[in-house]
Ligand binder design. Structure first.
Ligand code: AP5
Length: 209
């Protein structure tokens, strides 16, 4: 199963992708996570993209497409994958067509005020990769990862000015992909305002269509 998870920042794509990867036994490939790994290891790509991610702008298409082409070429992606956060521009979607076929593009939607609450309350554990939320999914001990005990951090792009920019970038550059995949008959709308369990049930249902 070759899936794309589309949707605004904070819609919950990463949270549902983590549930789906275990259920479908396919890798969760998040371009945001791949860039953050490069930043963590201070690679030359990491140095190049660090400021771009913090501001909420998009990394140039050429860089992003090459990174995805390489990732999709790996063994574990040959029997399916969840692409989370890619494509994000029409140029990326066109390039993806030349790399692989897609079975479904799941379009996660949620009201703007809920998205802002989810982003501003998100906390992450850098090493375990686990995502928390101060209200909706708090750790057992405040500010500490349940798995590793490391302190939780706020992503630089989850601060107010970056959130505003990310929502604008989504509207201008990524939202046009909704009609792009609709015209191809691949778009599956998902109401992402409920619980993760209810959202994943919808995902399973639309994939049977
Ligand atoms: P990326 O990491 O992809 O960020 P994003 O798309 O903005 O998505 P998020 O990770 O913010 O949100 P999400 O929808 O995954 O929500 P989550 O599940 O975490 O990209 C970061 C940056 O990298 C970009 O800005 C850009 O610079 C660069 N980049 C990445 N891809 C690129 C590309 N293709 N081209 C160019 N540049 C690219 O949930 C959010 C919070 O809500 C969490 O706290 C979670 O616990 C909570 N939550 C989630 N679901 C629920 C629920 N159902 N109920 C209650 N709480 C929930």
């Amino acid at each position: 199963m070759r899936l794309i998870f589309l949707g605004p920042p904070g819609a919950g794509k990463g949270t549902i992708a983590e549930i789906a990867k275990k259920a479908f036994l396919i890798p969760h490939i998040s371009t945001g996570d791949l860039f953050r790994e490069h930043i963590k290891h201070d690679t030359s790509l990491g140095k190049e993209v660090k400021k771009i991610l913090a501001s909420g702008d998009l990394v140039p298409d050429s860089v992003t497409i090459e990174m995805v082409r390489e990732r999709l070429g790996k063994e574990d992606a040959q029997s399916g994958f969840i692409l989370d956060g890619f494509p994000r521009t029409i140029a990326q979607a066109d390039a993806l067509q030349g790399i692989t076929e897609i079975d479904h593009a799941c379009n996660f939607t949620a009201p703007k005020d809920l998205i802002i609450k989810r982003l501003s309350g998100r906390r992450v554990a850098k090493h375990s990769g686990k995502i928390y939320h101060l209200t909706y999914n708090p750790p057992k001990t405040p500010d500490v990862c349940d798995i590793t005990g490391e302190p939780l951090i706020q992503r630089p792009d989850d601060r107010e000015d970056a959130i505003t920019n990310r929502l604008e970038v989504y509207h201008d550059q990524t939202a046009p992909l909704i009609s792009y995949y609709h015209e191809k008959g691949l778009l599956r709308d998902i109401d992402a305002s409920g619980t993760p369990e209810a959202i994943f049930d919808q995902v399973k249902e639309v994939l049977q269509k």
